[in-house]
Ligand binder design. Structure first.
Ligand SMILES: *Cc1c(COP(=O)(O)O)cnc(C)c1O
Length: 478
């Protein structure tokens, strides 16, 4: 065994040692094995902190959908709750109630018809878990219906556009559900409803429209889908329903477009999921899923455990998880209120619209969507410009990264995968002034790239038709 005295991390109570004057700071950080002895908290803190120091500043990360700014009180509240495990409902019963209050608020923002005091819903770690729970409930309802009718129940499928987020591929793989995908095209930049209906049959557990498509920032038309499904179900005797993946839209539409019918006001919408840590304005990880009525949440998805002497009922794929996000969400509801959320989302939309029009007006770029429905947009390079340009959007991504900005470039999903786009997400913490700073940095980068004498490697690869993948960033997590 290594003598602790020979271990450079070992400090014998010498709190006086300056952190950067210590022996430990001359050593590489542990990679394979736990150090033999302890070191001072100051040194340990500095080493861990410094390993992440070169990363982008979260506030300059325009790639992420996830909240990168909360006010001081919210941050304090969440930090104070880091030691609370959500699952310990008996010890922290108030957290469980607070969580249910958040579910009620979500359900009402989405116009639930449910009259019970506590609405049917669940807390999740993000939209991924929330989608998984929504999908699972749909699968179980379909199975129960098929069983009761004495029909086979071994070939379930879901229908979704190719612009799905990776969680749906996981859902399909984990639970052996066939994924029927509707390609995006120039004519149909969002879910093609006719095509979606043509893929539905008696084995379709649900259709999944997306509000705030991660690839494009656009919204699928849920109202049109609902009407088409109503007709399809009436004609075929099926009961194909809708789960909405409203990861972003779930927190945008209620505030900015309260009259738009996309939610539980529609007949076949039986469940909706969202990310509390995206436009819910809470630090990660937090998601919500709500069912239209308790009867759509299969009983066997609620697990009642006798835990430390009390009966606790939980819906979720996780067990232990931090409670801090629940406090953060409830704080935001109280702090901002409906009008406050509306103001924040409105500002994000306005900054996005400004940036969208500014970028669209620049010669090298063409915006993908004409109008914005979410504070998220993508743009591509102009075809004529592309012919003579010595660079691609991947090079622009790298240039902007040198200034600290994370603005991802990526190729679109199947069918339009040749199209390379760049995406910006405007959220709380990104002001008009910061947008101007970004524009200045884009102009500077474009001028430098335009002055290149020789094409970049990514431009040469594009010429050769080699599939291009951004090495530093992959927005879908695939
Ligand atoms: C972000 C996102 C997800 C995954 O959500 P997490 O909150 O990251 O778990 C699923 N679907 C869509 C449309 C998303 O934007």
């Amino acid at each position: 065994m290594l003598d602790p005295k020979n271990d450079p991390f070992y400090r014998e109570g010498d709190a006086k040692t300056n952190v950067f004057g210590s022996e430990a700071m001359l050593q590489p950080a542990p990679v394979e094995r736990i150090p033999q002895g302890p070191t001072t908290p100051e040194i340990a803190y500095q080493m861990v902190k410094d390993e992440t120091i070169a990363q982008t500043q979260p506030r300059l990360n325009l790639a992420t959908f996830v909240t990168t700014y909360m006010d001081e009180y919210a941050t304090r509240l969440m930090n104070e709750a880091v030691s609370i495990n959500y699952i310990d409902e008996t010890e922290y019963p108030r957290i469980a109630v607070m969580c249910q209050k958040c579910i009620n608020i979500m359900a009402n923002l989405w116009n639930t018809p449910e009259t019970a005091k506590w609405k049917a819903g669940a807390l999740a770690l993000g939209s991924s878990e929330a989608c998984m729970l929504g999908g699972l409930a749909a699968l179980k309802r379909w199975k129960a219906r098929r069983k009761a009718a004495g029909k086979p129940y071994d070939k379930p499928n879901i229908v979704i556009s190719t612009a799905y987020q990776v969680v749906w591929e996981k859902f399909a793989t984990f639970w052996d559900v066939e994924m029927r995908v509707v390609p995006l095209s120039a004519e149909h930049p969002t879910l093609d409803i006719d095509k979606a209906i043509s893929l539905c049959d008696e084995n379709t557990i649900c259709v999944v429209p997306i509000l705030g498509v991660t690839w494009t920032g656009m919204n699928d038309d849920v109202e049109a889908l609902d009407a088409a499904l109503d007709k399809f179900n009436a004609e075929t005797g099926n009961e194909v329903c809708i789960h909405i993946d409203a990861a972003s839209g779930g927190f945008i539409l209620p505030f900015l477009e309260p009259d738009k019918k996309w939610d539980f006001r529609l007949k076949w919408v039986l469940s909706i999921s969202t990310s509390g840590h995206k436009f819910g304005l809470v630090y990660p990880g937090l998601g919500w899923v709500v069912w239209k009525d308790k009867k759509y949440l299969p009983d066997d998805m609620s697990f009642t455990v006798n835990y430390l002497g009390a009966e606790v009922t939980q819906v979720g794929l996780n067990y232990s998880r931090p409670a801090a996000q629940i406090l953060g969400q409830y704080y935001q509801f109280i702090r901002l209120g409906f009008e406050g959320y509306k103001n924040v989302q409105y500002n994000s939309m306005q900054v996005a619209r400004y940036l969208h029009s500014q970028i669209g007006a620049r010669k090298p770029f063409v915006p993908y969507a004409k109008e914005l429905v979410n504070p998220i947009f993508v743009w591509r390079m102009d075809d004529d410009y592309q012919k003579t340009a010595k660079w691609t959007l991947y090079d622009l991504q790298d240039k902007l990264a040198q200034k600290g900005w994370m603005v991802p470039a990526y190729s679109m999903p199947a069918n339009i995968e040749k199209m390379v786009v760049m995406r910006v997400l405007c959220k709380q913490g990104f002001s008009r002034d910061m947008a101007d700073q970004l524009l200045a940095d884009i102009d500077f980068a474009v001028a430098e790239l335009d002055a290149l004498e020789y094409p970049t490697t990514s431009r040469i690869a594009m010429e050769k038709n080699t599939p291009l993948v951004s090495k530093s960033f992959n927005h879908t997590g695939k």
